[in-house]
Design a protein around this ligand. Structure first.
Ligand code: PHE
Ligand code: ZN
Ligand code: ZN
Ligand code: CA
Length: 484
């Protein structure tokens, strides 16, 4: 049996998958105060809630004059992006409008960088700027956008000289499945990703029946989770940890192994009586009863929550703008983009149709994988990705999971093969070869050292080859090129 001929647009399948609702975030036990308060924290700014509210008035008026929403592909979104960009331009930021396509039309990310400080250490703060189609999206996520925007404007006005590069991102199409933030990270060259020391996310911070949640998705996160908790503690505001998982844009950064943190005032979840005891508001009601509804308007806000969470954004940006991240720690984590193939062929080159979500072969994780060969005739197929291996790495290794099934029966003869190769300029080196003899009903992990290529940009690739009959399928998933 040979594999089906594959067609269709991988991107469309990706967007459809992203639209599926994700599991609700769950709050966990009360976050303990960190063991010791950090020494000599930079003076925190008082982010003006009056200004934040004025930005929300602007977003409400943009929605009102554009059919009542700021949804992807509709004029209210583009107007929101243009307006945010114009404010940042006027404050002296280096900005860009990054466009990308989605199932609902073209969308945009607004990226703004303060052009001072060490560009090798980037502190990034972001919020999604799009609403759902049913309303103006003032709490979700006008509030995060307005808080981050006002922090950016206040930072520019503060006149301080940052140690690090400070960058802000306003994401499009979060409501379609984090499309804008994924597009941003997937299009950052590996060397640029490695410079991001922290990504801070703010999605819903002015909920009318508010909570004070601190993301617990990445407890280490360059100290940011504990810094946020200490900040709220210093203002006598109790916090709870929450695992936001895939429900907002920090997940795109987390997927690359980058440090992340954030805060949240609550969405459709119901406030418990314990929570009402410490935060006020109404027990038994949603933190935001207008979540994803037409009533998420300028009336759907708690200004105390908006004020406190905005001050937390300011505190974090001020603190991390000046943080010493050290200069010699080489980057760690996976340098490959789209390593589990869940974005389809994005970032990979080679034979069309190899990267597939075909139901006939299981993925190790997710639904996509690279299915090389399985044709049952003389043929060759390959996939590969170019990657810059940092010179500062101590060691680098290439690992992947592979599942091999075959119709070949003879016990000891190699008929069909897949070679694991590194292409360095004109030189191609085969790190290893697997064949029909390596058949296995489950995925097996293989690892090869690529330390000798540090300081070089090389292509890692898999090249399959079959003889004239009896198929062998080499199915590869979860590829990693990691440095230490
Ligand atoms: N990302 C969700 C939305 O925009 C909101 C959310 C944020 C939910 C954080 C849970 C945690 O609809
Ligand atoms: Zn939403
Ligand atoms: Zn949101
Ligand atoms: Ca996969």
């Amino acid at each position: 049996m040979s594999k089906p001929v594959l067609s269709g647009v991988l991107g469309a399948a990706l967007v459809a998958a992203a639209l599926a609702p994700s599991a609700p975030a769950t709050a966990s036990a009360t976050a303990p105060a960190p063991a010791s308060a950090p020494a000599a924290v930079a003076a925190s700014p008082d982010i003006s809630v009056t200004n934040v509210k004025a930005h929300l008035d602007q977003l409400q008026s943009i929605a009102t004059s554009n059919g009542g929403n700021r949804y992807t592909g509709r004029p209210g979104y583009r107007a929101s992006a243009d307006w945010v960009k114009s404010k940042l331009d006027a404050a002296g930021y280096t900005t860009s409008l990054q466009s990308f396509s989605t199932s609902a039309g073209t969308s945009y990310n607004v990226i703004a960088e303060w052009p001072h400080g060490d560009a090798n250490h980037v502190v990034m703060t972001g919020a999604h700027l799009d609403s759902v189609s049913s309303g103006p999206g003032i709490n979700d996520n006008g509030t995060g956008s307005a808080g981050v925007l006002e922090t950016a404007l206040a930072f520019a006005a503060s006149g301080q000289t940052p140690r690090n590069r400070v960058r802000f991102g306003f994401w499009g199409a979060e409501e379609l499945g984090l499309v804008g933030s994924k597009f941003y990270v997937n299009n950052l060259p590996a060397a640029e990703r490695d410079k991001i020391e922290l990504y801070l996310n703010f999605d819903m911070i002015g909920s009318p029946n508010p909570g004070y949640f601190v993301y617990n998705d990445n407890p280490a996160g360059n100290g940011a989770r504990d810094e946020l908790t200490s900040f709220f503690t210093s203002k006598s505001v109790q916090t709870e940890y929450i695992d936001v998982q895939g429900r907002s844009d920090h997940a795109a950064f987390r997927a690359l192994g980058l440090p992340t943190a954030g805060t949240f005032s609550g969405a459709e979840g119901i406030k418990s009586s314990t929570q009402a005891g410490k935060w006020g508001g109404t027990a038994g009601q949603a933190f935001d009863p207008c979540y994803h509804r037409s009533c998420d308007t300028i009336s759907n806000l708690n200004l105390t929550s908006l004020d406190r969470h905005s001050d937390a954004i300011g505190h974090m940006v001020w603190t991390y703008a000046q943080k010493d991240f050290g200069g010699t720690t080489p980057p760690t984590g996976n340098l490959l983009l789209n390593p589990g193939f869940e974005s389809g062929a994005v970032n990979w080159t080679g034979t069309t149709g190899v990267i597939t979500n075909s139901a006939s072969k299981p993925a190790r994780t997710g639904s996509y994988k690279a299915w090389l060969q399985g044709n049952g005739r003389s043929s060759t197929e390959n996939i590969g990705q170019s990657v810059a291996i940092p010179a500062a790495a101590t060691a680098a290794s290439l690992s992947f999971w592979i599942r091999i099934d075959t119709a070949e029966t003879t016990g000891s003869t190699v008929y069909d093969t897949v070679k694991v190769q590194v292409v360095d300029g004109a030189t191609t080196t085969t790190l290893g070869t697997l064949s029909n003899l390596n058949k296995s009903t489950s995925y097996v992990q293989k690892t090869f050292s690529v330390t000798q290529y540090k300081g070089k940009t090389v292509t890692v690739r898999f090249v399959g080859q079959e003889d004239s009959s009896l198929q062998t399928s080499f199915v590869i998933d979860d590829v990693s090129l990691a440095t230490s």
